[in-house]
Design a protein around this ligand. Structure first.
Ligand code: CDP
Length: 226
């Protein structure tokens, strides 16, 4: 896609639980532009396929793609909302079975093409923040601003648990989640792509508002200097 085909794209990529989606959402709010989460589409395709059967050895790219036909991503306020059979998906996207199987689904090339097509459609509707693994490389190589978020595995695990449990996680819970995240990163290794022109932000010692602020400042400069 050439730069002219989309108005303004901020691509935020990074490994599992690096804070991409929550950061992307806040950056979009601050700038008054849209947000679309590619990971939510991979998760929704997994949810859709799981409603047919939970036997992943039988999951072919064709059967996942056919299940994904029930998934849509219309605009809802400032975000693109992921729906299954026209009902919004929320917590279902983060159920353990979905998180366990999503990397398998994300390896399927026809599914990747479907997600990429959906993301490009969203970007044609106006300025947007997109997040995922390959937004700044495979999907929007001409994005005006590319960010690659990283944080230590233990800090990523701690934040994900805090979000999920809504209480301070125990040490052994953090250790188990660190292991799970590291395994998912290994499964996703081929998909996690850092663009050579991406700005790397290590958020291990940053608050969410600090990282949002840095990206907003860069976005304002990128927009002005276009
Ligand atoms: O939020 P978290 O980092 O846990 O994951 P996510 O962004 O919701 O993405 C879920 C899964 O989708 C990842 O583990 C990848 O397998 C896949 N994914 C991908 O392959 N490419 C993307 N652009 C986004 C997600």
């Amino acid at each position: 896609m050439s730069a002219a085909e989309h108005e303004f794209v901020i691509a935020i990529d990074g490994p599992a639980a690096s804070g991409k989606s929550s950061t992307a959402k806040r950056v979009a709010e601050r700038l008054g532009i849209h947000h679309a989460d590619s990971g939510a589409l991979y998760r929704a395709a997994t949810v859709a396929r799981l409603t047919l059967d939970g036997a992943p050895e039988q999951w072919t790219p064709e059967s996942v793609l056919s299940a994904a036909e029930r998934v849509t991503m219309p605009r809802h306020d400032a975000s693109f909302e992921v729906r299954l059979d026209d009902s919004p998906l929320g917590r279902e996207l983060h159920e353990a079975a979905v998180t366990m199987l999503v990397s398998l689904v994300a390896k399927m090339q026809p599914v990747r093409s479907w997600v990429n097509g959906q993301m490009r459609r969203c970007a044609r509707e106006g300025a947007i923040v997109v997040d995922g693994r390959d937004m700044g490389t495979a999907v929007f190589p001409a994005a005006q601003l590319k960010i690659f978020l990283v944080a230590s595995p233990r800090e990523r695990a701690r934040r994900r648990l805090l979000q999920r449990l809504d209480r301070t996680p125990l040490d052994e819970e953090i250790a188990a989640e660190t292991e799970a995240l590291t395994q998912r990163d290994a499964k996703d290794a081929a998909q996690i792509q850092q663009a050579p022109d991406a700005v790397v932000i290590d958020t291990t010692h940053l608050t969410q508002e600090e990282q949002v602020e840095r990206i907003v400042e860069m976005a304002v400069r990128a927009r002005v200097s276009r």
